[in-house]
Design a protein around this ligand. Structure first.
Ligand SMILES: C[S@@+](CC[C@H](N)C(=O)[O-])C[C@H]1O[C@@H](n2cnc3c(N)ncnc32)[C@H](O)[C@@H]1O
Length: 310
């Protein structure tokens, strides 16, 4: 079963499908730094360009088309102008690829709020395009990585799986919840490089006062620290480490520090064998991991897709 990946980032969806036994044929990504990481870890063809400049006829045939498409793609202006005319809206570019490649399965991932966006109209339109216009049968579900991926990260995402064949779709079910056995303490290293510590920060005394537990992850929001009571890492986001959005904090055996990019990758279920290019700044790595997916959740869904496709 061959897979083509749109909005590939560092290739989390592609890796999840590969781990489930699919063959990745090609992928597309526009971001230069994400492509550097991608090439460090994947051998297949990566088209490094704006999807709007990649012709659907240019790519090899596939059975499954995937895409964790950017959520900011939907603008109210888009609706007013009429969807089809809004060439900036990359969702419609996915449809061009579906029309040309005719995949058996389309797999999409997005933030949970996609469902409620623009009073539900955005989601309705997505379903309409896939079901009514193109005849796919669509199944979707919001899954939390901590309940379905055995990673201690609170990350709710919507997964949309569209099948060309109605009977195959009827056999498909989303994966069952998995017991969470991995703890935060299994993920964090006992110490890290000096640059991750807050020891010399002007907020250090306040942080020390407010952070007491070693088995949880804290969110530092300029003036206050929030402890995650459920012993989960808060959702890792693409903007962590930029502006007012800090990388989550922990207490290790030495002191208070932020998570390293490697630890963030573990919270997404990435294996140690996944390589981060040395030439990239940490800010870039945090963004790439926050933008990515929880690998075990993708693999679990891909396993179910594989079962029904036979
Ligand atoms: C939410 S991220 C997906 C991350 C991916 N699932 C992963 O595991 O790393 C969306 C990605 O779409 C890319 N992107 C946005 N607009 C694009 C475009 N017009 N053409 C190609 N890629 C685009 C962004 O650079 C970003 O990496």
């Amino acid at each position: 079963m061959k897979v083509g990946g749109l909005f590939a980032g560092i290739g989390g969806i592609e890796l999840g499908f590969k781990n489930a036994g699919f063959d990745i044929e090609w992928a597309n990504e526009i971001d230069k730094n994400a492509c550097i990481t991608y090439r460090h870890n994947h051998k297949h063809t990566l088209y490094e360009k704006d999807l709007n400049n990649l012709a659907p006829k240019e790519v090899a045939p596939i059975d499954v088309l995937t895409g964790g498409f950017p959520c900011q793609a939907f603008s109210i202006a888009g609706y007013q102008k009429g969807f089809r005319d809004d060439r900036g809206n990359v969702f419609f570019r996915i449809l061009d690829f579906i029309d040309e490649l005719n995949p058996k399965v389309v797999f999409l991932e997005n933030v949970k709020n996609l469902i409620g966006h623009d009073k539900g109209k955005t989601f309705e339109r997505i379903i309409h395009e896939l079901e009514t216009i193109r005849g796919y049968t669509v199944k979707h579900k919001i899954l939390n990585s901590s309940e379905y991926g055995n990673v201690p990260q609170n990350r709710e995402r919507i997964y949309i799986v569209a099948f060309q064949d109605e009977y195959i779709a009827s056999k498909f079910t989303f994966p069952k919840p998995k017991k969470l056995t991995k703890r935060i303490t299994d993920i964090i290293d006992s110490t890290a490089d000096e640059k991750y510590y807050y020891t010399n920060s002007r907020y250090y005394e306040q942080l020390k006062d407010e952070m007491k537990n070693k088995d949880t992850v804290y969110q530092w929001r300029r003036v206050y620290v929030r402890e995650n009571k459920s012993k989960l890492c808060p959702t890792l986001t693409a903007n962590m480490g930029t502006g007012g959005h800090n990388v989550p904090l922990i207490i290790d055996s030495k002191d208070i520090r932020k998570l390293t990019p490697r630890e963030c990758a573990r919270f997404q279920g990435y294996p140690e064998s996944f390589k981060f290019p040395e030439q990239l700044a940490n800010s870039s790595l945090y963004k790439q991991i926050g933008n990515s997916v929880s690998l075990p959740v993708i693999k679990a869904i891909a396993d179910e897709i594989k079962k029904v496709l036979g």
